[in-house]
Design a binder for this molecule. Structure first.
Ligand SMILES: [Zn+2]
Length: 108
């Protein structure tokens, strides 16, 4: 795909990656009815894809379910590892030396 195009030629947005593409760069198109499960919305959709996203879409649709389950498990494990690596538990504060919430009885 050429990196620089005339802006006037860029009339479409790739449904996969969101880049602007020209008519000549459309590698695939999906046309049909859709259902949006969260809102129960229905309608017709017309999605165009750049070459990279079209290849990725075809590859994903052809993926064996066992490989897809393993891929999902690895993504979750990587996210958990990244969260552990970036988040450090703050040191616990102690009130022992601050005298907070301590009651002392006065002798009379
Ligand atoms: Zn794309």
């Amino acid at each position: 795909m050429p990196e620089v195009m005339e802006v006037d030629d860029l009339r479409w947005v790739c449904a996969g990656c969101g880049i602007a593409i020209s008519n000549l760069e459309i590698s695939g198109e999906v046309y049909g009815q859709y259902i949006e499960y969260m809102t129960h919305g229905r309608g017709e959709a017309n999605f165009v894809y750049c070459p990279d996203c079209w290849e990725s879409l075809k590859e994903n649709l052809g993926t064996d379910i066992r490989i897809a389950i393993d891929r999902r498990r690895r993504i979750i494990e990587d996210d958990e590892k990244q969260r552990r690596d970036t988040y450090r538990e703050p040191e616990k504060e102690t009130t022992r030396h601050l005298g907070v919430n301590r009651m002392e009885e006065e002798e009379s």
